[in-house]
Ligand binder design. Sequence first.
Ligand code: KG4
Ligand code: ZN
Length: 349
Amino acid sequence: MIILGIESSCDETSVAVVENGHIVHSQILATSLKEHISTGGIVPEVAARAQIEYIIPVLQAALQEFKTSEFQISQNHHPRTLTPSHPHIDSIAVTTGPGLIGSLLVGVETAKALAYAWNKPLIPVNHMLGHIYGAWITHGQKMNDSWPKLALLVSGNHSELILMESHSKMRKISWTLDDAAGEAFDKAARLLGLPYPGGPQISRLAENGNPNAIQFPQPMPGKDNYHFSFSGLKTALLHYVRQNPDTSKADIAASFQQAIIKSLVTKTQRAAEHYQVKEVILGGGVAANQQLRKQLIETLNPTLCKIPDFAYTTDNAAVIASAAYYHNHPTDTFKVNADPSLELPIIGN
Ligand code: KG4
Ligand code: ZN
């Protein structure tokens, strides 16, 4: 089954063509990131305008790339229809939320128009669901059936643990009580005078710093739950920087990063043990953090961890097309809508 995925929830515009959830025939990505550096964060209006500018060229480029890779399509693939539209693409998938409404609408309306014109089913996809499947694209195989799995999803707006008993049975067992991990990195970077996005900046600076130089408070809300909390850490950083203006920024960055990672890894490990999971999947923009990847693998049994390639950490359409393969629930084309605060569904409970 071949799905064309569209992702436009924030500042990335991406279109990908993915077969059976893991064979990426094409993926094109444009980003308006540079336009947000001067404002120190994403301006929704600017991001939405960029989406409008990029969506058609990105779609065209993804289809062109797919054309040149068509010889790779498996022999036994049977197109769903023989319409003059696109003989090899079976369905269109699109991110419907969560995200910025102006950005989301560009992808959603483009997907609706395409599904209508090509007479293809349209599959709405939750952006966070997409982040779960990036690690398995990297693995180059269909996701295996070793359940339960635990997904640690860490991005600019989310820090959560999803317990999966199957594709159709999953629930959120942990979330952040205040700031998300990516948000904490972004705010810390701003405090240290570093440009947006903060995650890559802090982690680069941290490479030359001592993670044990400063003992920031460990954000560990409650011993009997798996929730996260990063706003106290951010306040501690603010006070520390004010009181210690001469401390090396590299040491501050390394210590701050370590506090976040310790919290993420410790909670994930505890949940993995409690629920006796067979696999831990990492996903979301913060999954690009080298130390997080390393420490998660070191702390948990390495064979337990599925870590995505960098290409599938930040927002991209391949993971959306992949999620749509495992959650193939087409919806009446004209009833599909963008929802900026779409929650991950609790499925099967
Ligand atoms: O998933 P994503 O691309 O967009 C959202 O859905 O939010 O995640 C973006 C977030 C930003 O907060 C960014 O600072 C963070 O991911 N990020 C990182 C790294 N690369 C991106 N955080 C820590 N370390 C990194 N290397
Ligand atoms: Zn994301």
